[in-house]
Design a protein around this ligand. Structure first.
Ligand code: CU
Length: 656
């Protein structure tokens, strides 16, 4: 046994506080998230290190995963090593550390690229005095806002263009709202006013004040009954009960349901991380995915005028600390069914202490009210089987937006990934009251967005998600097959002029796997194990089935270069446990090219080896009046569909 191995029953610190649905979480699996005790071990080890000072602000802490070979060789009950990764900032320098939790040793400690550390509490401290700045006070006066106590100013964007003004600095664009009259929303945006602030020195670099607008918009995002009005009459009760308990089995964070087997944890940056996803086949579990998780969420706004020109977010890479971990609490009976099992986690606070986050994931079975399959015979006799799904859900509270992510396991072998957005649009206060008005220069007032309330234009933007899938179909050596649908012309002797057929190509190198499907040249993407042929001669595999998205930014746009992963819908790389984030480890203030573009520059071999798929999906958002005051949940998604993994429809034997 190695020296730095711990017993697999590390005790959990039970913190006092309100009753919690926390499942006491001993470390029973190498992929389990950090316990509170481990958070403290990480903290104490770092604080004892010469480099780390008492001023260190912690921005992230989480599991540093063991090598894949160790996880795959692990058997339940065996001991394993535990390491943690931390990200912190001190003296305006960001650091990343890897710590051996057992022996309390710092294994790695390095500074991250200049000024690229995640959003930090000190950023907020730096802007604390902004509203006292002379030019800002004059601007408030000009707008008749005399009570500064109710003016709230926030850093509203992280876009970086490497301009002279920005070089060597960590700048924030600060916008303010007036909270007078606010009930449950965000307050009234103060139009035409921003301060550009150096987030390290606190210096106000300049104030951009285009003067007050004629009309004052309402407070944004008000959803309290006092504003909305009385709630409608409730529908009659509808109850779902599972008198014999759920159909899944839970062992720590390991889930068994129907054929499915998987482990999950909640990471402060990546959200739900699925590991060791497989399907039970007799005594064996056949592997589908070693791991799956979100990798980045890029949200660029599309208005060329400052400060909106600088409105663009890399939510996962920038805000895990600001949001207190990307996964936020969910409400039983509302965000998840009342019968769901909820899971808590620990996140690191700025001072390094762990903090409990309650109900950050929920697991439940649901009846979609749809058949898994059916067939009509003789015009009437129906053979039909009801479908039941298993859903693992998290909600990410990302500032004004709330994103919902579902990992849906189906009885037909499909994994459905749902991503949905709700919350509050980002709105620009304008002089024009509505779409009938024009701006002073005669341009439509809603040229770069849509009115959602008087004097408020919700600015056009896109939500672009990247997921990382470490496929291990029946083992680690996999390949990407690109199935191209091509039109084949027919000869004069055939009444048909054309049919489409499939041309399949195996991607040999990373460049072959940079794919974007289109309506005129459709492609299907299949991960296969070339060594495992099914009875029909096809390799065991899974399809990625969805509708990708392009950023629509031009290649010379700095934002596009910083979000280089959006250049293609699909990328495939050889597995590297340190390549986790499509836009790079620290996209804040990044200068372009990080992540997938730089990793794939070598054009590495990807055929019949351990590969990772990176898939981009999302949606462009043109706001509607119905987005006000809170956007209705808008759901998109994609499927991972078995293709040759099973010999027949795996749901064919569902009970009648
Ligand atoms: Cu949106």
């Amino acid at each position: 046994m190695r020296a730095n191995v711990i017993a697999n029953t590390l005790a959990v610190l039970l913190l006092s506080g309100p009753a919690s649905s926390v499942i006491a979480q001993p470390v029973g699996h190498p992929m389990d998230e950090l316990t509170a005790a481990e958070h403290w071990a990480l903290y104490e080890t770092l604080m004892a290190h010469d480099t780390v000072t008492a001023d260190a602000e912690f921005l992230y802490a989480g599991l540093h995963e063991p090598e894949k070979s160790e996880v795959l060789a692990w058997q339940p009950g065996r001991s394993f090593e535990r390491q943690a990764k931390a990200h912190f900032v001190q003296d305006h320098v960001g650091y990343e550390a890897v710590v051996d939790l057992t022996n309390r040793r710092v294994l790695e400690l390095s500074a991250v690229t200049d000024r690229q550390y995640m959003a930090a509490p000190s950023d907020r401290t730096a802007i604390a005095q902004v509203k006292e700045h002379k030019a800002m006070r004059a601007a408030f006066d000009a707008r008749g806002i005399l009570d500064l106590k109710q003016v709230q100013c926030l850093v509203s964007s992280d876009a970086y263009f490497n301009t002279l003004e920005e070089q060597g600095r960590r700048l924030g664009r600060v916008r303010c709202t007036n909270r007078v009259g606010r009930v449950s929303g965000l307050g009234v945006p103060i139009a035409n006013l921003i301060a550009i602030v150096d987030l390290q020195s606190g210096e106000v670099v300049r104030v951009l004040d285009e003067g007050p607008t004629a009309g004052v918009p309402p407070s944004i995002g008000e959803h309290h009954p006092e504003v909305v009005g009385p709630a409608r009459k409730a529908l009659p009760p509808m109850l779902i009960s599972q008198p014999e308990g759920p159909g899944y089995e839970l062992d720590g964070r390991h889930v068994s349901w129907e054929g499915w087997r998987f482990h999950f944890r909640v990471d402060q940056r990546r959200g739900i991380v699925l590991s060791l996803v497989g399907h039970q086949d007799g005594e064996q579990v056949r592997s589908v995915l070693y791991q799956a998780s979100l990798s980045e969420l890029f949200v660029p706004y599309h208005d060329p005028e400052e400060p909106w020109s600088h409105q663009a977010y890399f939510d996962l890479g920038t805000y895990p600390s600001d949001f207190g971990g990307v996964a936020s609490a969910m409400e039983p009976g509302r965000d998840c069914p009342a019968h769901a099992q909820f899971f808590d986690t620990w996140v690191v606070q700025a001072d390094g202490a762990p903090k409990a986050r309650e109900r950050v994931a929920c697991l439940f079975e649901r009846l979609p009210g749809e058949p898994a399959w059916r067939h009509t015979r003789d015009g009437g006799v129906v053979e039909s089987r009801a479908r039941r799904d298993l859903v693992l859900r998290m909600v990410m509270g990302a500032g004004n937006y709330d994103y919902l992510f579902d990992w849906v396991f189906r009885q037909d072998g499909t994994i459905r990934v749902n991503l949905a957005a709700t919350g509050i649009d980002q709105m620009k206060a304008v002089a024009a009251a509505n779409a009938r008005d024009t701006m002073a220069d005669g341009a439509p007032a809603d040229k770069y967005g849509r009115f959602v309330a008087p004097h408020l234009v919700a600015v056009n933007h896109s939500h672009i998600f990247n997921f990382r899938f470490d496929f291990d179909i029946d083992g680690q050596d996999n390949s990407l097959v690109v199935d191209k649908l091509v039109t084949e012309r027919q000869g004069q002797d055939n009444p048909r002029r054309s049919v489409w057929r499939v041309e399949s190509e195996v991607a040999g190198r990373e460049d072959d796997a940079k794919r974007t499907s289109s309506l005129t040249a459709p492609e299907y993407w299949r991960v296969v194990n070339p060594s495992r042929l099914g009875p029909l001669g096809y390799p065991s595999g899974y399809l990625v089935e969805g509708h990708g998205i392009m950023s629509l930014l031009s290649p010379d746009d700095y934002l596009q270069q910083r979000a280089g992963f959006t250049e293609h819908t699909l990328w495939v790389t050889p597995m590297d446990r340190d390549e986790l984030f499509a836009a790079g480890d620290y996209p804040t203030n990044s200068v372009g090219g990080a992540g997938l573009p730089s990793w794939t520059a070598e054009n590495r071999e990807i055929e019949n080896t351990d590969i990772v798929l990176w898939y981009t999906i999302g949606f462009h958002h043109i706001a509607r009046p119905e987005d006000w005051p809170i956007l209705p949940l808008e759901m998109h998604g994609f499927n991972l569909v078995p293709s040759g993994f099973f010999d027949r429809n795996p749901a064919i034997d569902l009970p009648h």
